[in-house]
Structures are given as C-alpha cells and as structure tokens.
Design a protein around this ligand. Structure first.
Ligand SMILES: [Zn+2]
Length: 348
C-alpha cells in the first residue's frame, strides 16, 4: 500500500487558521459548497475535502460558495477595513455628529460589534474620531488664518457656543490656549519595524501626534520625550499594535495615505507650511521657494525650510517631498538616504 503524505492545507483547515485566508479554499463533496480555510462550520470528513487555489477554481469544479464564510467575497479583514473606512468618510462628511446607531446601521452591524470593530481598526471610538476630525478642521482653519467663528462654522459646529462647550473635549483646551501651545496631553506610543528602519508612532487622544524613524528604539523614545516635554508619555498597550501597523503600512506605501486623524501641534506658521506639504501628492516634489509661494509668503523661504525641519509626523506630513531649488535631495531629519528611498518609492 502506498503511503500518502497529508496535504499541509488540511492542518490549517482543522486549526481554522485565519492567517490562511486568501491562500486557498476547500470544497466538500457531500454538500457541494466551498469554504475559506477558517470557516466556522463543522469540519468535514477528510475524504470529502478537496483543495482549490481560489474561489474561481472551486466554482469551475462545480461548487458554490458557503453562505456562512462567503469565500467569494474579499477576505474578512479587508471587508472590515472597508466598512470602517466608509464609516470614517461618513463621519467626516456629516454636518452633525452621527449617533452610534446610525453608523452601525450604515455598516450593517450591531452597535456593539461596530463599536468594537471601529476601535480595533482606528484605535479610536467613533465619537472620538468625529471629535478629532472636527477639532482638526478647526485647527486647520485657524492655522490658515480664518477667524474663529468662520473656522467653527466650517467645521460643522452650528454655533460658537456649542463649540466652546465642546472645546475642552475636542482641543483639550480653549482655542486661544491651544494656539499658545499649552496644556498637558497624554501620549501613547509604540515602535515597530519597516523597510526604512524602526518606526515610532505616537498618538494623543486626538490623533497621531508623532511618527519618527530611526535605528535605535531608545533614541526614538528620547526624541519623542524631547518633542513633548510637558506631555505624559507612556508605552502603549497591545491594542496600539493596530495603529502602529497602519502607520507602518503608510510608511511602506505613502501614496495610500493614513486614514487616522492627525494631531498637528505647532505655530500658526508651521501649521500652514505643514498643510501645504500635505497637499503635495505622492510622486511629486516642490522646492522650498515654491512652498513659500504656495502659502503666500515668497520671502519666507528659510522659515519654510525651518518648519519642514520641525515636522514631527514623518511621511504623513510629507516634508520629504521638498527639494532644494536646484533639485538636489537636501537634508532630512530622518536621514537623506531615507528621503531618497521614499522619493524613489513614490516615483515608481
Ligand atoms: Zn464556509
């Protein structure tokens, strides 16, 4: 009798290994359906199971998708990310804050499930995300030189009274104090690996407040403390891994952007420069002089370069897209080699 070597995919099915999702599907001869490796349905008898490289191959062989694990749909993680991204866009576009029920309905999930999913992917609650987004809009408008009232209405606050009532929750302080750069903040951070080296991501309650790149974790953490001397800085809990993963994915593929809100702190001038940087698309570059023109202060080239150098949110505020007027790749806080690598990545 010939001895058969068991297909390694069977062990993944038995273990319901979700990491195998997308690598193959299996069909069950007795039921005529095919499933994802991690389908929650009862594990079929081995003799009835065949493996297929993808859903199309299983359907070609005459099987239909399981109604439970929907193997003909994109992987669950992708669908969840898409649901949460759509919810983020709804929150951003809403005139008034949306309730948890409204958001959950839109995603086709129960409020409880939606809330958990949203938090696990963004690191923020839906309400926290909405507050951070509106606060960012107020800050952006203030930094761009808008009057306080105009900034508030633009950001969807129906009256300045309502904003001031909410200001402590959204900005952590009143706008005038915010502009003065005061107040203690709580900052969580995590460090992970990327193709450009170690990446530190830090978030306040309002969003990502720092992305630093380097070679040494201790030096990165010291740099963070130095940049936020008055903040209460702590290493993050394991939940933060989801945020860190998104930041690292953005460092690897800057063109995809970052769907997390940014907590941008700086002088009004710095904020105008940083907003102008965020308007430079991936794959394009600009000189410091052009950037100075863009913010309406063509004489302020040196100050613009200073604001670029003071950027503490690497890649998401793409100061690497600014070159010297002769086109040379000049200084970069996180190393000229990394700047070259980012530009090469975006050009390709
Ligand atoms: Zn199934």
């Amino acid at each position: 009798m010939m001895e058969m070597v068991e297909d390694p995919r069977w062990a993944l099915v038995v273990a319901r290994d979700a990491s195998a999702d997308g690598a193959f599907v299996y069909s069950v001869a007795t039921t005529g359906v095919y499933c994802r490796p991690a389908c929650a349905a009862r594990t079929p008898a081995r003799r009835n199971v065949r493996f297929h490289p993808d859903p199309a191959a299983a359907e070609q062989a005459g099987f239909r998708p399981c109604k439970r694990c929907c193997p003909d749909q994109p992987p669950l993680a992708e669908r969840h990310a898409a649901l949460v991204a759509a919810a983020c866009r709804r929150i951003e576009q809403a005139e008034e804050a949306l309730s948890l029920g409204e958001l959950a309905d839109g995603a086709g999930l129960s409020p409880h499930h939606f809330h958990r999913l949203f938090r696990s992917i963004t690191g923020l609650t839906p309400k926290g995300y909405g507050d951070a987004h509106r606060a960012n809009r107020v800050r952006d408008a203030l930094a761009a030189g808008a009057g306080v009232t105009e900034a508030l209405y633009d950001a969807g606050y129906g009256s300045s009274g309502r904003f001031y009532a909410a200001a402590d929750a959204t900005l952590g302080m009143l706008p005038s104090a915010y502009r003065a750069g005061g107040a203690t903040v709580r900052i969580r951070f995590g460090i992970g690996s990327s193709s450009l080296g170690r990446v530190l991501a830090a978030a306040s309650e309002r969003g990502i407040c720092a992305i630093l790149i380097g070679d040494d974790d201790d030096i990165l953490a010291e740099d963070l403390h130095r940049r936020f001397p008055q903040a209460d800085v702590t290493a993050a809990d394991p939940d933060f891994a989801v945020v860190l993963d998104q930041v690292i994915a953005m460092v690897e593929t800057p063109a995809q952007g970052l769907s997390l809100p940014l907590d941008i702190r700086g002088t009004a001038f710095q904020q105008r420069v940083w907003q102008a940087l965020r308007a430079i698309p991936a794959g394009q570059t600009m000189s410091y002089a052009e950037l100075a023109n863009r913010i309406g202060q063509p004489e302020a080239v040196r100050a613009v370069a200073g604001a670029c150098a003071a950027n503490r949110i690497a890649v998401a505020i793409p100061c690497h897209r600014v070159l010297r007027s002769d086109g040379a790749v000049s200084g970069y806080r996180w190393g000229v080699e990394r700047k070259r690598a980012l530009l090469a990545r975006e050009a390709g």
